[in-house]
Design a protein around this ligand. Structure first.
Ligand code: SAH
Length: 389
């Protein structure tokens, strides 16, 4: 097998089970290594550290598949997929929409698989996984899912030098797939929809937040997508739920999901959330719950500062809409923003509003998106549920 020698700093990280090697940590690498090639990672004096796959064109030059000396064969990949699926069996009691494979957190860097009522949404996001496509599809096909739709993360694939195209790989994929989260039902659109189709990572937070919704509550769900949070609130008997998103397609899904769940007390608002909140701060503060679940503002470390400024704006103006005792749920889905950053931003905003919130809940992604302590970026979704006096 081809060998890549890495710096002492990288040796230490790998010994601590961190699964990436950056391009500036490489000491020696074979010339003209094709993207996705299986490699052995060795210390400067040639000692085995791990096996993985390389992509010299990427900043993350090697992604580790195994820290033990074992051949990284097609059955190895297939087994990892079976293990990941098996681990999630207990989820299916409460929902039929589950992330089955979550990349590095399941020992399968570059691979994401979601199941929506048995229809799979598949992302093969690195050259290394692209090279193992047949093993991946083989393992998934053996488990008798109803269909497979490839819905790549275009940004990730382009970085890896791969084409990005959505397509049906297996079976017939309906335009709308009905899924269930406890008693709530949603339509998911794979074709043309956002990301892998639906934001499964927020499942447990939708439920936690819904437990605080009282009958007749007034709710504003900002960055609502298909209505994830607000639909739970409406079904729990909220008096009015306003759904806000800049995407018309998302709001159409909200309307559809409202009929599916038999709720009428909804309104949709197509707007930029920043502008909308800034324009409404003078209104009567009469919301019981405001949800802020924006897309990732910090895709890189460098964008972190700007992201926090954005959060400050949202939190400040969101809190201004709350009646005394109202709740604000705020989320960040970038691993570059830490929980501590979010707390600090809440604190800074509170200095301006002179209202000191209490933290009711510390929130994170649901369990089918595992958090692995030796891979800190695996904890990417953080949230707070706050009560404002
Ligand atoms: N809360 C949702 C997921 C939100 S995903 C759930 O539980 O399923 C983020 C959403 O924010 C997307 O639907 C996207 O269209 C929307 N969005 C992105 N930027 C926005 C902006 N500036 N104003 C309003 N909506 C925005």
């Amino acid at each position: 097998m081809k060998k890549i020698a890495v710096s002492w700093k990288a040796v230490q990280k790998i010994q601590n089970l961190f699964p990436w090697v950056y391009d500036n940590e490489i000491l020696k690498m074979p010339a003209n290594l094709p993207g996705g090639e299986t490699v052995e990672i060795v210390s400067p004096e040639g000692r085995f550290l791990a096996s993985g796959y390389a992509n010299p064109a990427s900043k993350i030059c090697v992604r580790i598949l195994a820290f033990e000396k074992q051949p990284v064969t097609p059955p190895f990949i297939e087994n990892r997929i079976y293990e990941a699926v098996l681990k999630r069996k207990e989820f299916f009691a409460e929902t039929d929409a589950v992330r089955l494979v979550h990349a590095e957190a399941d020992g399968l860097p570059g691979l994401i698989v979601d199941s929506y009522a048995g229809y799979l949404s598949l992302q093969i996001n690195t050259a290394g996984m692209e090279k193992r496509r047949e093993s991946i599809l083989g393992a998934l096909r053996k488990q008798a899912f109803r269909g497979i739709y490839e819905k790549p993360d275009a940004r990730a694939r382009i970085k890896e030098g791969l084409p990005a195209e959505e397509r049906v790989l297996d079976g017939e994929i309906p335009d709308r797939i009905e899924i269930r989260e406890d008693e709530i039902r949603y339509h998911v659109r794979l074709r043309g929809g956002q990301k892998t189709g639906f934001y499964l990572d927020q499942r447990r937070n939708r439920k936690i937040v819904a437990d605080y919704v009282r009958k007749g509550a007034r709710v504003l769900d900002c960055f609502c997508h298909a209505g994830g949070f607000g639909m739970h609130a409406a079904v729990r008997g909220a008096g009015v739920v306003r759904f806000l998103d800049e995407s018309r397609a998302a709001l159409e899904q909200v309307e559809e999901n409202a009929s599916l769940n038999g709720v009428r007390q909804i309104e949709t608002i197509k707007a930029d959330a920043f502008d909308y909140l800034a324009g409404n701060v003078c209104g009567r503060p009469d919301y019981d719950l405001v949800i802020l679940d924006p897309p990732s503002f910090a895709k890189t470390k460098r964008e972190r500062h700007g992201a926090l400024k954005g959060f400050r704006h949202l939190i400040l103006n969101g809190a201004r809409l709350l009646r005394p005792g109202g709740l604000l749920a705020v989320f960040s889905c970038s691993h570059h923003v830490e929980m501590e950053d979010l707390v600090r931003t809440v604190r800074d905003a509170a200095v301006e509003t002179r209202r000191r919130p209490e933290v009711l809940e510390w929130l994170k992604q649901d369990l089918d998106h595992p958090v692995v302590p030796h891979f800190p970026p695996s904890l990417y979704l953080k949230g707070l549920l706050l009560r404002y006096p």
